[in-house]
Design a protein around this ligand. Structure first.
Ligand code: ARG
Length: 584
């Protein structure tokens, strides 16, 4: 199915044609069309143009109006003020355009004109560590951006750069060697169980490491064995990774974010490249030795003492750090995966790291001009007190606890409203509403901003919440079920009520909005669009009886608007990773 031009773009085209006919000497000119409260649209491109040509804007505007083809798109156009146009679209054009959208699976939304390959780095927890609220953001935002990009036709390669390497593994592995049954279990373990044994082991080994010098020495030797690829050591390391993955998957599952095993390429995945990355940087002079460490310097990056604060690629003891891994990952993503865009959904507090890493990769020629590298640096999740979210004891909040609480709250809301839902359905919907609420609260704030984690607000039925959107969707489904014989059908010949027009015009903007969201990686704009859609629907529903409309044609036409609203809501929410239960 072909994409459907929006009313705005059809109108834009006609105005542009009339404008260049009126002013053959300027050729193509922009009529500067925008939505307006006075009429449907306003065009004020004539003002600047006439001024530039030292003509009269009102005269030019009048000429443009005369040149507009008679047809079914424009109902009324008036020259107003110093020379802008107020334009009203016909009801017929609105319904016809919507009907064309409804006939298409993609709701008339075009694919991107020049899709490329994006490698996106998101949902990257750390092995043997609990997932916390920060991992909520990198998972939820990443998942939405993946969905949005894929919908546009972009080829997307997902990379979960999990923290699965580092000196802490020496301590963990050594402890496991000395306490060999600590990770044993009979049969399958749940994610919670896996995490709790990892936690126990982590704490015990840490305590020993800090208090027992001899253990510390053994742990350090173990790091050397690990890095040298000693088989026994690697096998034990793998156990930690596997155990952690059981846990990660259980959390992602609860979060309703799909993670595939082949996309998990953690820090360890780049081990083979690290030495070469350093050699190339040193040979090209991009990095230099400074007190034994391999460093990259930047004019504009200084420490608090005013001295340059370099990116350290290799430590003086020969160890490779976070930067070496990220630089190697860039080489892999551009060189092997052929990315033309690199996205990183990572906490904004790591912005300096990425700035330096990108700049280094540019200097080394690994990031060429035609490759874009962007960190979607997200803000911090705050508690109600406006400070970074912590438990009452001052500890970081476990992501699972937070999700469980959201699900509990949402289940209570669903239960209260539920009319004919079974217990099983209430539990399922409760999870969909609770997780949706958490995702929506996150995604409806612009990525870079901090936000307050406030469950009361998140599961509220009124206001800018996913629950409100989900109820709007479910309400439409219930109307469609009750419609019996009557089917949704567009009737362009009918006059529209103001609430129908407003809803229709908004529905028509879906494709353009998505194009914007896709190009700017701003899911919050999609959330805002959907909220407005649900609000316009609420007004429509209050003002325009659907099943009790005056004529059978009007019933069909209103059902058609209901149905298209529901499909647009569902498509938009799916792109945000939020479920739309049929019934609530
Ligand atoms: N594991 C890190 C964390 O939990 C995030 C990794 C980000 N990605 C990267 N390529 N550095 O904060």
């Amino acid at each position: 199915m072909a994409s459907v031009p929006s009313l705005a773009s059809s109108l834009h085209q006609r105005l542009a044609d009339a404008l260049s006919a009126a002013l053959p000497e300027v050729g193509a000119a922009d009529p500067l069309l925008r939505r307006s409260d006075r009429a449907d649209f306003q065009a004020n491109g004539m003002l600047a143009l006439a001024k530039k040509l030292k003509g009269n804007p009102r005269e030019l505007a009048t000429k443009v109006v005369e040149g507009l083809p008679a047809g079914d798109l424009i109902k009324d156009v008036e020259v107003s003020g110093p020379g802008f146009l107020n334009i009203t679209i016909t009801d017929e054009a609105i319904v016809r355009t919507l009907a064309a959208r409804a006939a298409d699976d993609r709701l008339g939304v075009p694919f991107a004109e020049h899709p490329g390959t994006t490698v996106i780095d998101y949902a990257q927890p750390n092995v043997a560590k609990e997932m916390h609220v920060g991992h909520l953001r990198n998972s939820v935002i990443g998942d939405a951006v993946v969905r949005i990009l894929e919908f546009s036709g972009e080829k997307v390669v997902r990379r979960h750069h999990i923290g699965d390497w580092g000196t802490q593994f020496g301590m963990l592995i050594q402890y496991l060697i000395e306490h060999p049954h600590e990770l044993d279990h009979e049969g399958e373990v749940s994610g919670e169980e896996a995490m709790s044994s990892l936690n126990r082991l982590y704490k015990a080994s840490r305590t020993l490491f800090d208090s027992d010098e001899e253990f510390k020495a053994r742990a350090r030797r173990r790091v050397v064995d690990l890095q040298a690829g000693d088989e026994e050591t690697l096998a034990l390391w793998q156990r930690f990774v596997d155990e952690s993955k059981i846990y990660f998957y259980s959390v992602f599952d609860k979060l309703d974010v799909e993670i595939r095993d082949e996309d998990i390429v953690g820090e360890s995945g780049y081990n083979d490249m690290l030495a070469e990355t350093c050699r190339l940087l040193e040979e090209s002079g991009v990095a230099v030795r400074s007190n034994g460490a391999l460093c990259v310097f930047f004019d504009d990056v200084k420490g608090p003492d005013g001295k340059p604060s370099p990116l350290i690629v290799q430590k003086s003891d020969g160890g490779f750090g976070y930067a070496a891994t990220d630089l190697s990952a860039i080489r892999d993503r551009v060189g092997n995966l052929k990315a033309d865009t690199l996205l990183y959904v990572v906490d904004a507090r790591q912005s300096l790291h990425f700035k330096m890493v990108f700049e280094t990769a540019r200097r080394a020629g690994w990031l060429t001009e035609d490759v874009k590298a962007v960190q979607l640096g997200f803000g911090t999740v705050l508690g109600k007190d406006g400070k970074p979210f912590k438990t009452r004891e001052g500890e970081t909040v476990r992501l699972v606890d937070l999700l469980d609480e959201a699900i509990d709250r949402a289940t209570a809301v669903v239960r209260e409203k539920a009319q004919d839902l079974t217990e099983e359905q209430i539990a399922e919907r409760g999870a969909q509403v609770g997780i949706g609420a958490v995702k929506y609260a996150d995604l409806s704030t612009s990525v870079s901003r901090d936000y307050k984690f406030d469950l009361d607000q998140m599961v509220s039925l009124n206001g800018d919440t996913s629950v409100y959107l989900q109820y709007a969707f479910a309400r439409i489904q219930s109307i469609l079920r009750k419609a019996g014989e009557a089917r949704p059908a567009a009737h362009p010949e009918l006059a529209l009520a103001p609430a129908e027009r407003a809803l229709g015009m908004h529905l028509d903007q879906f494709g353009e909005l998505l194009a914007e969201v896709t190009a700017s990686y701003e899911p919050h704009k999609l959330a805002g669009y959907l909220y407005q859609l649900a609000s316009l629907y609420t007004t429509f529903y209050a003002e325009c009886p659907v099943l009790k409309a005056e004529t059978p044609e009007q019933v069909e036409n209103r059902l058609f608007l209901c149905d298209l609203t529901a499909r647009t809501l569902r498509q938009g929410m799916t792109l945000l990773g939020i479920r739309t239960p049929e019934q609530l």
